[in-house]
Design a protein. Sequence first.
Length: 229
Amino acid sequence: MAQPQEVKLISAFGSPFGHRAEVALKLKGVPYELILEDLENKSELVFTHNPVHNMVPILLHGNQAVCESLVIVEYIDEAFDGPPLLPVDPYDRAMARFWAHFMEHRWLKPFWLSLWTNDEVQKGFIEETKENLALLEARLNGNRFFGGETIGYLDIVACMLAHWYDVLEEVTGVSLVSDNDYPALRRWAREYTSNEVVKQCLPDRDLLVAFFTKRKEKYIMFANALLSQ
């Protein structure tokens, strides 16, 4: 295990990716300093410690910088004592990583585009998002959390489905699912956001609504850019 060194987390308000890193630190009981960046006016901290992507979150552990939220969460799990975030069993660890990859590379893009596009293009992304949500619903398989009875790696990865999902629906006016759809995921979201440790890391909902509302045009432009990729 790493020797005690100063830990800093460079993040930004409203970032579900920064939330991942912060919850991991809290669950492991690691003291840290939280530094919130203005992503429209980034400081030299970001450019110095993440020269590849110039993005947050960035974990500073002593004089070492770790970037990318999933990499950070795994680093925290391995570098610090405390309850494990990833499963101990090798197969279960592999499955947790598989579903994390699913969230990042199959679920996230169509979900985002289903909110910020329109017409026939939007319909296609909504349908794809619903198919992906059905797979996650099945993955819960009656469990309280994705890994069992306690919050773990995949719950942290899926955080956008909990606190951010309803906020984005309100801001965009796009309703992806009805109240009766995906009951296991809805129960999971309530369990996740009511956890005392997680609640310490959740941005205020009203402030989050205001944050995304202010930037609606920017996100629509970003979605259109994604469509061309």
